[in-house]
Design a protein. Sequence first.
Length: 229
Amino acid sequence: MRAQHVPTAQGLILVRALTLCHDAVVFQSLVNLVSDAWWTYPLIFGVAMLDAFFPLVPGETVAITAGVLAGSGQLSLPLSILAASAGAFVGDNISYGLGTWLGEHTVKRMFRGEKARRGFEWAERMLAERGTYIIIVARFIPGGRTATTFSAGYVHSFTWRRFVRADAVACLLWGNYTVLLGYLGGKAFEEHPWKGLLLASGIAVAITGGVEAVRHFRRRGAEPASEAD
């Protein structure tokens, strides 16, 4: 089992761009799954939950698709947000629980490789420096959320009560952000919902890429200062 590392700004933008192109291809199949059937909301919940500790699962794409369909009147907007937020919350807490139960040594044996090691080092450092703030921010960083939630579980100073409060805020923000992006796209292109998905996904790419670019340049700016000290 391998964890995704915290990507560089350039790498993340490239991955997001490829995902954006792929979204247009898979949209119809997702529409067939995320429909008005009774199991639609459990499906949104389940995918968001799995995405928390198995990043290859397209949690954001499904949540955005649900929002697009809500915009065209096929799904309930409040229920879609609730399903996405609750699924993410349960998944994050499963990751935290596994980190606590398995311990640091076993977790790092499961997630092998240099990239995974750097990801966990970043998460541990950010938890020590930023605390609950990084739990909220990491939910919006693909790969970063997995390393952060597992690390929070095995870092003894980060209690579950402290984690669950921050994660509840993070998941509510994430659920509203992803589903509402899709909803706005669906409203803008009610006759062509796949265009709404592309619009929403494009906005998500731009926002995430911008956040990563800021982090990248802030990190580069801090390096000369540390060397001067």
